[in-house]
Design a protein around this ligand. Structure first.
Ligand code: UDP
Length: 455
């Protein structure tokens, strides 16, 4: 197939499954329309992204999609190290911008000598970058192509992000200890939001320095795509379109809600369930175990791809799950492990972090799993009755779309805001509890459609 006459888009996700998975879903959709997609990440993360591409079954679909790694002096860094480097040394970015620019020119040049193993394509029409990759805008500006930004979280969080510059100028962020009781009543489209439910970076001066650059930069995108849908966040999307980007000085021309972006291949696989039941082998250990449980009987416990729990938290959770008497599927990550990277590498031993004999005591009704799970398939499984979640935006959307009640334990980033949004769009009561043990004991899957908990 000749790709040179076909539109071509360069996609630059940020590290982390919560950012990369929806990007891959965009890549899959665009490529299915015949658009050539070049996914760019750093050399270090090519392996991770390739694993996700594999787990989402993208390679077997014969799509015009290729993955390239940026090779620079920051490319070997993990994403935490990268964030640190960006904070300490913004100049380091200029090198990345230059490399990205060269790469964009190369991938769009039919006779590029540098990319010998890559099929030639037309020059890209635009760069679609993650909120956390604002330096991609500089490369696009220098090359005079459009810069579109994808925000993998909610429109509510985007609305806060777009107010960052104003709130900073008004001296209302970063939020100091004395300001923690403030309520923000002027975030477009949102109900009054307590300071503590805004981005956790507003409370942390070091993180604030890093994040605010990204929030400021999102105002410079030509187009913003958000992983949400109108029925879920109508007032905020209306406010963003009618007030925020309608302002005379606004640079953003369009805001599109393109969600929910769910990992489609997991969903597709479920549609094929009949085929699976007719003899083809199911191999996923979590699904095999769920197949043995009664409908709506299992609570799924998972805190996304990056969050890990401290040893005391793991202990409390284990005791709580045991005392609850409920059936559970718990994705356990060892404390301080680099979440996704570790899980993608396969299951590891977690026994040493759990109370002695725990797995034996609960083996009749509980499963602990430390590998990478097919979360969307799990949430759609009839045995699942509830989801104890950190309220990462993807997990929230996936649960909403699978119709699974959420019990929220937000940790950081915009998770408190997501948790609050879940509460606002549902009619069921708030479960408030300060202790994981008690929380799980009071959680009754069958009678509670939505429970929400802020610890
Ligand atoms: N996920 C998965 N398997 C796992 C852990 C996570 O498929 O074992 C997926 C999950 O379905 C979601 C993403 O990883 O799509 C996590 O994103 P989210 O925004 O919920 O949380 P984050 O990891 O960004 O904190």
């Amino acid at each position: 197939v000749d790709w040179t006459g076909v539109p071509h888009v360069v996609l630059i996700p940020w590290f982390g499954a919560g950012h990369t998975i929806p990007f891959l879903e965009i890549a899959r959709r665009l490529a299915a329309e015949g658009i050539v997609i070049t996914l760019v990440t750093t050399d270090r993360h090519v392996v991770e992204v390739r694993s996700l591409v594999g787990s989402m079954d993208l390679t077997s679909q014969g799509l015009p999609l290729r993955l390239l790694g940026l090779r620079d002096n920051m490319a070997h860094l993990s994403h935490y190290e990268w964030m640190e480097k960006e904070r300490e040394d913004p100049e380091a970015q200029l090198n990345v911008v230059k490399l990205l620019q060269e790469l964009i020119v190369d991938v769009g040049s039919p006779d590029s000598m540098k990319l010998r193993n890559v099929q030639p394509a037309a020059p890209p029409v635009c760069v679609l970058h993650d909120l956390f990759v604002p330096w991609a805008q500089l490369a696009a500006e220098n090359l005079k192509i459009e810069k579109h930004m994808f925000y993998s979280s909610s429109a509510s969080a985007m609305s806060c992000a777009l107010q960052t510059r104003r709130l900073y100028q008004e001296g209302r962020i970063p939020i100091t200890r004395e300001m923690r009781n403030m309520v923000f009543t002027d975030i477009p489209g949102l109900p009054p939001i307590p300071a503590l439910d805004l981005f956790s970076s507003f409370m942390d001066p070091v993180m604030y320095k890093w994040m605010s650059r990204h929030y400021f930069a999102c105002q410079n995108a030509d187009v913003v795509l958000i992983n949400t849908y109108y029925d879920l966040e109508k007032p905020v999307l209306d406010a963003l379109r009618n007030e925020v980007i309608a302002a005379p000085d606004a640079q953003i021309k369009f805001i599109y809600d393109i969600g929910p972006l769910l990992p489609e291949s997991y969903v597709r696989r479920d549609r094929d369930d009949d085929i699976l039941q007719q003899g083809s082998e199911e191999t996923d250990p979590c699904i095999l175990w769920l197949n043995t449980r009664p409908p709506s009987s299992v609570i799924y416990v998972s805190f996304g791809s990056m969050q890990t729990n401290s040893p005391p938290q793991l202990l409390e959770m284990a005791l709580g799950l045991e005392a609850s008497g409920s059936s559970f599927l718990w994705l356990v990550r060892p404390p301080d492990s680099p979440g996704m990277t570790a899980a993608l590498g396969g299951p590891c031993s977690i026994t040493e972090f759990l109370p002695s004999g725990f797995e034996d005591h609960v083996k009749e009704r509980g499963m602990c799993y430390s590998g990478w799970a097919q979360q969307m398939r799990i949430l759609k499984h009839p045995a699942i009755g509830g989801f104890f979640s950190h309220c990462g935006w993807n997990s929230t959307l996936e649960a909403v779309c699978a119709g699974v009640p959420i019990l929220g334990w937000p940790f950081k980033a915009e998770q408190h805001l997501n948790c609050r949004l879940v509460f606002h769009v549902t009619t069921k009561p708030l479960v408030f509890c300060g202790h994981a043990n008690l929380l799980l004991m009071c959680f009754c899957i069958k009678n509670c459609r939505i429970g929400l908990c802020i610890l």
